[in-house]
Design a binder for this molecule. Sequence first.
Ligand SMILES: C[S@@+](CC[C@H](N)C(=O)[O-])C[C@H]1O[C@@H](n2cnc3c(N)ncnc32)[C@H](O)[C@@H]1O
Length: 281
Amino acid sequence: MECFFRLASQNTIGCLPLPSNLDSIIDTAWSKAQNVEGYIGDREFRALCMLAAAAPTGGVNVEIGSFKGKSTIGVASIASAFNLGQVVSIDPHNAPCETDPDLDASGTSFDDFERALTQAGLRDKVEAHRAPSREVAIGWNRPIRLLWIDGDHTYQGAKLDFDLFKPFLIDGAIVAIHDTLHEFEGPIRVFVEDMLRSDEFGPASLLHTIGWAQYRPRDGAHFSKQRQQLARKAARLIPLVANGRKVEGLTRMRFKLQCARIPHAVLTPAEFSALLTSTAT
Ligand SMILES: C[S@@+](CC[C@H](N)C(=O)[O-])C[C@H]1O[C@@H](n2cnc3c(N)ncnc32)[C@H](O)[C@@H]1O
């Protein structure tokens, strides 16, 4: 019933009010995901679930980079609990894999992915594509409410993921990119250059290292000041990681210092809702 009222009260820019039982759904999801090997911690998992719960209905949830299914459990738990569309997981699950160097050339993370989702009772909620994003994008035609990018972290890779799927974002969709404050060039550049500096996007922030923004092609310009403020700070990281540069020694110290200057606290649901429903200046 709550689900019905939430959908009915979706506002004009398409955000859903956060459900009152969101915390308990996230607690359950985390209890299923916490022992799955992966690259998302408790705080970011919660933040991702909050983003997934707030995006408007009318599209699917696309995850690029699932690995062994840790973040997939979060997105699928929310989509399933609140009837928020199909979850599409995209990952070749193959070596060579930067994030799992122990995987040998014939290895795969797919079996662990399937096991984790099955144990979580979510396997039938996830449409898994065992392929790189560029292959799945061929012939793609479904509208997207949540685009979660956590795949290839090079600039070329992250930019391609963004460019391939952006044309399918529905008004109010949320794009979230992982590891924007880690030492990779792709996530931070795409977040700053393609999202924070674009008037097609409205509210935006960093939730720990998840950079997110809401696709608002009609009124995104109203949020320009807020986005530019964040862009100015976040852009200082780009030269430190440009061209796949190794971040070490003095550069590493400067990187850490710059990160500390960028606001990236995980917002409470109330703060997050206020940001999404604000009309900015
Ligand atoms: C950091 S891991 C993802 C972590 C995962 N989201 C989690 O919660 O643990 C990155 C994943 O991206 C996948 N990947 C790399 N390039 C990709 C591409 N072009 N398309 C889709 N997935 C890709 C890798 O196979 C790897 O499993």
